[in-house]
Design a protein around this ligand. Structure first.
Ligand code: 13P
Length: 340
């Protein structure tokens, strides 16, 4: 393992002013997104949609890396150029989602474990050869009555660390993503308490399994109220509590943290990131690795029609630029109104 090189990639992924585009929806998930805009979920449509994003030069200026799904990393654009080459030409680093989704966790009703470790040592060198310099593995922790259990937290943290160690051995930077879902009716303090526990367990496992923190990127959720919570925390409270939580859990050796959006509205995801960076004096860089909060608007603008491509690319460029500013703590809400 060349740790200096892994560190260089991790720093580039989380460089100020830029963040990561999570375009790694599984076929089932992208079908849901396409259903919402009445687009048929064919291989060609998935390719056309993603090609449109990767060719959006203005937007890609703010994108340090793109997380791809297995199908996409092997795909070619309409003119025969590999999509990976288009991403590289845009100055961005190709990455790959390597987990194989979730399965029910035995003895833990309602809880999940992420699958995909078994074949990982064989798959990683192939992805490296194809141009991937980082990978992603998502663990899912739900908050509800009597959950999460310690069994779910510890088995998922163990799998995350196993994945991270395998990635580093293959000279690939692991994005370590333990996502505490915001689906429930819990308040921000419950989210804080669960996420703190999950992060502490995750870093413990990373340590036991000798993962080099300098060569990884953390992708956490924010401390935020559940979607069905009766009491919605303000932007300032989310920022303050998330920074406090991360400072208590994430060693300064980690080069960067890139948040998931997790169901926040586009503008909320930007405002939260911005407010955290306005606090300043942080031991790591804080940026975005958004899926929905970057793609929701361009998906709607595109709606599967080639005549909408330029407009959709402009919408994507706007969201990417706003999040780029937020990664420096330089976003202002009136920039949104001006664009509208
Ligand atoms: P969202 O930003 O839509 O939560 O997706 C990010 C991601 O990659 C989740 O694994």
């Amino acid at each position: 393992m060349n740790l200096a090189e892994l560190n260089k990639v991790a720093l580039a992924m989380t460089a100020p002013g830029k963040g990561i585009l999570a375009a790694d929806e599984s076929t089932g998930t992208i079908k849901k997104r396409f259903d919402a805009i009445n687009v048929e979920c064919t291989e060609d449509n998935r390719r056309d949609y993603r090609e449109m994003l990767f060719r959006a030069a203005e937007g890609m200026r703010h994108i340090s890396g793109v997380i791809l799904y297995d199908e996409t990393i092997w795909q070619k654009a309409k003119d025969g150029t590999p999509l990976v080459e288009i991403i590289k030409k845009a100055g961005s680093i190709p990455g790959i989602k390597v987990d194989e989704g979730t399965k029910p966790l035995p003895n833990c009703p309602g809880e999940l474990i992420t699958a995909g470790l078994d074949k990982l040592p064989d798959r990683l060198p192939k992805y490296y050869e194809q141009g991937a310099r980082f990978a992603k593995w998502r663990a899912v922790i739900d908050i509800g009555a009597g959950i999460p259990s310690y069994a779910a937290i510890s088995t998922n943290a163990h799998a995350l660390a196993r994945y991270a160690a395998l990635c580093q051995a293959a000279q690939i930077v692991p994005i370590v993503e333990p996502e505490v879902l915001m689906d429930g009716d819990h308040d921000i303090d419950r989210c804080y308490e669960v996420t703190e526990f999950v992060l502490k367990e995750t870093f413990q496992q990373l340590y036991y399994q000798k993962v080099a923190l300098e060569g990884m990127v953390l992708k956490p959720n924010m401390a935020i109220s559940g979607k069905k919570s009766a009491k919605k925390a303000s932007v300032e409270e989310v920022a303050e509590k998330t920074v406090k939580m991360l400072k208590a859990c994430v060693p300064g050796a980690v080069p960067g943290i890139a948040f998931l959006s997790g169901g926040q509205s586009d503008e909320e995801a930007t405002a939260h990131l911005d407010a955290m960076n306005k606090i300043g004096n942080l031991p790591w860089s804080l940026t975005f690795s958004y899926g929905r909060a970057l793609q929701h608007a361009p998906q709607k603008a595109w709606s599967g029609k080639s005549e909408n491509v330029a407009a959709a690319q402009r919408v994507f460029a706007h969201r990417a630029a706003m999040n780029g500013l937020a990664s420096r703590g330089q976003w202002k809400q009136d920039l949104e109104k001006k664009a509208a």
